[in-house]
Design a binder for this molecule. Structure first.
Ligand code: 13P
Length: 252
């Protein structure tokens, strides 16, 4: 049987002052154990990455960015490149989060380009996919998720998923307190894995697929108990060390 190591990653989004973040990082550092089965990561806003690197250096916790430029360097005012994230010790970078797709107009093609830029910089992309409420109600969930996945698969190939993580985040569950039921999430996770398996069974079996959307200490266990849910991408609940660590322990 394949043993996928669970990953619990915090997506802080645009939250945290320097002092709040220092407290949060100290709490996480204290709480993560090298002996735990689950891997723990945090993705703070860019400007807090140096502080994160300083606070978590030498701990079992990893860190990453929430976005990156498609370019390596150059005249792109306001952008941050993959190699810069790598330079600050980032392991991961989130690509294609629904907030960026919706609010920043990131298309499937742009997301695929960012996924490639992340891997080129030696980062592990956390590729986010997921449907809106309207799409779910129109029975479009699988079609939407397939389209988002295929954009990356067609461009970078199934082998690229040896170095990638997928996060299924139903848009209607993000920040709404409305979690997908474990069964609803499992159905889509299984669909994603089967979509990968069409191209390569072994890669599909080894790819970690995280759930994201109102996951918290009180519902994490049930979600993480599903066969194809390999961890979580946590928004709001990752801003409090104890709450976040409760989810990490549930993944153990
Ligand atoms: O978007 C998310 C993580 O990327 C989920 O956010 P919430 O956990 O706040 O619903």
């Amino acid at each position: 049987m394949v043993q996928r190591r669970p990953l619990v990653a915090g997506n802080w989004k645009m939250n945290g002052s320097r002092s709040e973040s220092a407290t949060l990082l100290d709490g996480i550092r204290k709480g993560v154990s090298a002996a735990s089965r689950a891997e723990v990561a945090v993705c703070p806003p860019y400007i807090l990455i140096p502080l994160t690197a300083e606070k978590l250096a030498g701990s079992p916790a990893a860190w990453g960015g929430q976005n990156l430029s498609v370019h390596k360097s150059g005249a792109y005012t306001g952008e941050i490149a993959g190699p810069m994230l790598r330079d600050y010790g980032c392991t991961y970078v989130i690509v294609g989060h629904s907030e960026r797709r919706t609010l920043n107009g990131e298309t499937d093609a742009v997301v695929a380009e960012k996924y490639g830029a992340a891997q080129a910089a030696g980062l592990i992309p956390i590729l986010c996919v997921g449907e809106t409420l309207q799409e779910r109600e129109a029975n479009q969930t699988e079609a939407v998720v397939a389209r988002q996945l295929d954009a990356v698969l067609d461009r970078h190939g199934i082998a690229s998923f040896r170095n990638a993580v997928i996060a299924y985040e139903p848009v209607w569950a993000i920040g709404t307190g409305k979690t997908a039921t474990p069964q609803q999430a499992q159905e889509v996770h299984r669909f994603i894995r089967s979509r990968l398996a069409v191209r390569d069974k072994a890669v599909a079996e080894n790819t970690r697929i995280l759930y994201g959307g109102s996951m918290k200490g009180s519902n994490a266990k049930e979600l993480l108990a599903q066969a194809d849910i390999d961890g979580g991408l946590i928004g709001g609940a990752s801003l409090q060390a104890e709450e976040f660590l409760t989810i990490c322990r549930a993944a153990d």
